[in-house]
Design a protein. Structure first.
Length: 280
């Protein structure tokens, strides 16, 4: 527990972005107060101060202002800071250096070293991860949420023209759009994302019915949690639980979410996650 006012946080986000939702789930579960700045996804003037042009961005002030980029880096750095009182937040963030890489499509992107590691000493590590396997499992499934689960969201919520329109109606309602901008975003965005989702389906080698990939993924997660644990973290969620919940939560209110709840075994775990975050 941190003294009130010792960590000031501002989250720059799109509400319907799964990576932003992951960060909110983490901050909410840990009872950390934060301000939200909803970014206009077209102009993005709210983040013009930043050379890093993606969301989420977390501005953190723990004595001096600091910008944290990438959802997994944000979560690992803040979690390390909560556990370890030895290092300043600035020093902790330096353990996650950005590295420029080139994708298969020839696009330059930044990747972050060590982003699934918590930077703890031996004593702290044993307290948080009593056995090595616990740490390995958490890191594996956090990476799975970023590398696989998140890529199933768009093909599923934009699966048909009707679903694409419903999804953009939700995005415009929850996001930061002007009236005219929102109208064009809803209809043109729905058409664009319907076709983009088909490209994503091909890129990630998804089945003809992308629902089947979603069902398989969430059932794989439920199987990994097992019957004898409330959460992957045991009696309380760990960072993998929070990541998976954050990603899936962005589909709430859409057809894909309802189908997932009916056709998979995810519901009991998901409801436990909702309850524990609500309590926090």
């Amino acid at each position: 527990q941190l003294p009130a006012g010792s960590l000031q946080l501002t989250l720059y986000q799109y509400k319907t972005c799964p990576f932003c939702s992951k960060v909110r789930a983490f901050l909410d579960y840990h009872g950390l107060p934060y301000e939200i700045v909803e970014v206009n996804p077209i102009m993005r003037k709210e983040i013009k101060f930043s050379s890093y042009r993606k969301v989420p961005i977390l501005l953190a002030n723990a004595g001096s202002p600091l910008q944290l980029n990438d959802s997994s880096v944000i979560i690992s750095a803040i979690k390390t800071y909560l556990i370890s009182k030895r290092n300043s937040l600035e020093e902790i963030v330096s353990f996650y250096p950005p590295m420029k890489t080139v994708t298969d499509q020839g696009k330059e992107v930044f990747e972050y070293g060590n982003k699934y590691w918590l930077m703890l000493d031996e004593k702290e590590t044993k307290r948080i991860y009593p056995v090595k396997e616990v740490r390995v499992e958490e890191m594996k499934w956090r990476k799975w949420a970023d590398d696989w689960l998140v890529h199933l969201i768009s093909p599923n919520v934009y699966r048909t023209p009707r679903e694409a329109l419903a999804s953009f109606d939700y995005i415009v309602r929850e996001g930061k759009f002007g009236t005219v901008e929102g109208f064009f975003a809803k209809y043109m965005g729905a058409v664009a994302m319907f076709f983009i989702s088909k490209r994503l389906k091909k890129r990630h080698h998804l089945q003809d019915d992308v629902r089947e990939d979603l069902y398989e993924a969430v059932n794989e997660w439920v199987k990994a949690v097992g019957k004898h644990r409330l959460f992957m973290g045991g009696n309380q969620p760990n960072l993998a639980d929070l990541a998976v919940y954050g990603v899936l939560r962005v589909m709430e209110g859409l057809e894909a979410f309802d189908d997932m709840m009916v056709n998979t075994k995810i519901q009991p775990w998901y409801q436990r996650m909702e309850e524990v975050i609500q309590k926090a």
